[in-house]
Design a protein around this ligand. Structure first.
Ligand SMILES: Nc1ncnc2c1ncn2[C@@H]1O[C@H](COP(=O)(O)OP(=O)(O)OP(=O)(O)O)[C@@H](O)[C@H]1O
Length: 516
């Protein structure tokens, strides 16, 4: 191949030399003839002839370029020609306007104002780095997803784009199944919630981060099974391993967050208005306490408050309004206390994602939705071409996040239930209960709930003097609990549904322990 090319070049040079000598002779002859015929002076003859020759040469050059394109099967549209010509000639100083790669030529055919298209490796697909010509932005390419898919005869889901951070003219493009390259979970030892935190990965398997979540509130929305719970569980996991606090209000009946329960400062899965209002009140109290202790210069651990699913607390209109104003109050009061609220819904409608919700939860995370309108509802104003409706159905857990760093698509990092259980255990193991706490926990054994009476009975068996009579007994039991856990959880209704009685939950005691 190389040899053929060399001999072709020397043939070309010989041909050009012969042409030049012949050309000179012809020019000399023409000059003499024109001078004789028109009776012009020599300078006028030379100028007239040179001008005519330049015009002929330019026309021949245009004709040759057009023929070359036609032979190559190109149908370059006029608009693209205009946009490409300066960029090409400035860059390479060549006369050809044809981009070297097949993808480049395809994009030109689709009238995309491309400046360059280079192949980039991808483990399972075909990668391209596309640079669009100024003043255009990457939307000039990303909005043509359907057309590109149809030209390549692939599904739209096999045409993927990944923004290049900090650039509005460069975009990476993957032709192939998205998110096949799953990276390892980054090392989370020493994770600092006040710095960037890992959240997901891009089409090339690169880990993507977001700036510190402290001081922000999240809205997480998308159709069912998109990956919202998994995303929030990952966030909660980060808080757990980084020493943050957790409050979880699980408004779905499946108990998705139950594994976190023992490590939570407050956990509610009652699906009631009272439950969520109690949690918000608790969080505001913590913020107030933190505000008071701020004066001693201490910096409290960040706290993540998850409320999933918000529709549960908005179904009754009157209760919904109360919930929204409590949420608004909480969001504004707790931010400076290093507490952040994350609300999730699988109902991206304007009656659920109301103005109050949108205005107070400023980091938006959109999972797959059914329409562009729903995507807009979650994300608000985004660059053209950004649409959660187009997120791949094949890669669950893919989302678009809009945060102070911009708007990006990624697939969430995923953790197993085992990992959550280990992190919860590590949190609990880090706390060595004192003798009173040990006695109380031993009294519970494997029970989740004990009435005051049952606990009193068990404590008597351990040598504690607990008097009879409801009131003195309650005071004495509470006293032992306070000695063991630093405080006593509220008395709640528990036990089997058929026979609800007053007592305390073990999870609440463990939560107190985890807090000490
Ligand atoms: N980042 C991810 N990587 C791989 N699989 C994921 C990821 N996120 C979610 N999944 C899978 O997708 C499925 C749905 O996830 P998840 O339960 O989080 O969705 P959801 O949006 O919370 O659903 P719903 O609204 O019904 O509660 C789960 O089976 C989960 O294993």
């Amino acid at each position: 191949m190389g040899k053929n090319k060399n001999s072709q070049v020397s043939d070309d040079m010989a041909g050009q030399a012969a042409g030049a000598i012949g050309g000179l002779a012809v020019v000399f002859g023409i000059l003499a003839a024109i001078k004789d015929k028109l009776g012009l002076s020599w300078p006028a003859t030379v100028l007239l002839t040179a001008g005519t020759l330049v015009a002929i040469g330019y026309s021949a050059w245009r004709l040759r370029a057009a023929i070359v394109r036609l032979v190559a099967g190109e149908k370059l549209p006029a608009a693209a020609l205009k946009q490409e010509a300066p960029a090409q000639s400035a860059q390479e100083g060549t006369e050809t306007l044809v981009l070297p790669t097949a993808m480049g030529r395809l994009l030109q055919r689709l009238e995309v104002p491309v400046e360059s298209v280079d192949s980039i490796p991808h483990p399972t697909g075909e990668g391209h780095m596309v640079r669009v010509a100024a003043p255009h932005t990457t939307a000039a390419v990303t909005r043509l997803r359907e057309a590109i898919a149809s030209e390549l005869d692939v599904t739209q889901e096999e045409v993927n784009f990944a923004q290049v951070e900090g650039s509005i003219r460069n975009v990476r493009m993957l032709i192939g199944t998205p998110y096949t390259h799953i990276p390892e979970l980054p090392d989370l030892v020493g994770l600092d919630l006040d710095a960037d935190i890992p959240l997901g990965y891009d089409l090339w398997g690169n880990i993507l981060t977001m700036p510190s979540p402290i001081g922000k509130h999240f809205l997480v929305a998308g159709e069912t099974e998109g990956g919202k719970t998994s995303f929030l569980k990952f966030l909660a996991y980060l808080f757990l391993v980084a020493g943050g606090r957790l409050v979880i209000v699980d408004g779905k009946p499946d108990g998705d967050y139950a594994d976190f329960r023992e490590a939570c400062d407050y956990y509610d899965n009652s699906l009631t208005h009272k439950g969520v209002m109690g949690a918000l009140e608790y969080v505001r109290e913590v913020a107030e306490r933190r505000g008071r202790s701020k004066r001693d210069g201490s910096r409290p651990e960040p706290m993540l408050v998850i409320i999933d699913e918000i529709l549960t607390f908005k179904e009754d209109p009157a209760e919904g309004r109360k919930f929204e104003s409590a949420l608004k109050l909480t969001a504004s009061q707790v931010r400076s206390a290093r507490i952040l609220v994350a609300c999730a819904t699988q109902h991206p409608r304007d009656d659920v994602i109301s103005t109050v919700i949108k205005n107070n939860l400023t980091v938006s995370v959109a999972f797959k939705v059914m329409s562009q309108a729903a995507s807009r509802m979650i994300l608000g104003t985004v660059p053209e071409g950004v649409n959660a409706e187009l997120l791949p159905a094949s890669a669950r857990g893919t989302f678009i996040i809009k945060d102070p760093r911009g708007v990006r698509e990624m697939r969430g990092l995923f953790i197993t239930d085992d990992m959550i259980q280990q992190a919860v255990k590590a949190r609990l193991d880090a706390v060595e209960p004192n003798e009173h706490a040990k006695a109380v926990l031993a009294a519970y054994g494997s029970a989740e709930f004990l009435t005051t009476e049952e606990l009193a009975q068990a404590l008597r068996g351990c040598g504690y003097e607990i008097p009879d009579g409801a009131q003195p007994m309650g005071v004495a039991v509470r006293d032992v609990i306070v000695k063991g856990f630093g405080a006593a959880p509220d008395v709640v209704q528990g036990g089997p549904a058929s026979a609800r009685r007053k007592g305390r939950r073990k999870a609440d005691l463990l939560a107190l322990l985890a807090r000490t």
